[in-house]
Design a protein. Structure first.
Length: 131
């Protein structure tokens, strides 16, 4: 449930503040030398906030593992990175992929809901042993 809440916050941020989302994407695009990011206070603040969000997300995954709601055989760091990549990918989906989905009657919101459901199935502890 914490993982879903994180995804919901990311989706809401990207929808409400598309220009800020684009700024974050541009900053993290690999076009900049990370050492030069320390020069600009605005860039530092965005980086700090993104790092803080990631840490909270990773900690929520770890808490889920500890309370048994998330599978114990997953690595919290890997899951946090994977789910962050999925979230970023949905929020920045290529227009041609949006058109493919639309041609099948699937809008971005439905796709996002379906992905959340798949993520839940992927990481939720069902009590069954996995091989």
């Amino acid at each position: 449930e914490k993982v879903t809440a994180y995804r919901d916050v990311c989706d809401e941020f990207a929808t409400k503040y598309p220009d800020y989302q684009k700024c974050c994407n541009f900053m993290m695009s690999g076009r900049f030398d990370p050492s030069s990011m320390r020069v600009n206070k605005d860039i530092q603040e965005v980086g700090r906030m993104m790092g803080e969000m990631y840490t909270r997300f990773r900690n929520a995954i770890q808490a889920g593992i500890e309370d048994g709601s998330i599978r114990s055989d997953v690595e919290p760091e890997e899951i946090a990175v994977l789910l962050t990549m999925i979230s970023d990918g949905i929020n920045n989906m290529r227009p041609d992929l949006l058109m493919i989905l639309a041609s099948r009657g699937i809008d971005k919101e439905k796709f996002s809901r379906d992905v959340k459901r798949l993520i839940t199935v992927m990481i939720t502890n069902t009590g069954k042993r996995r091989t």
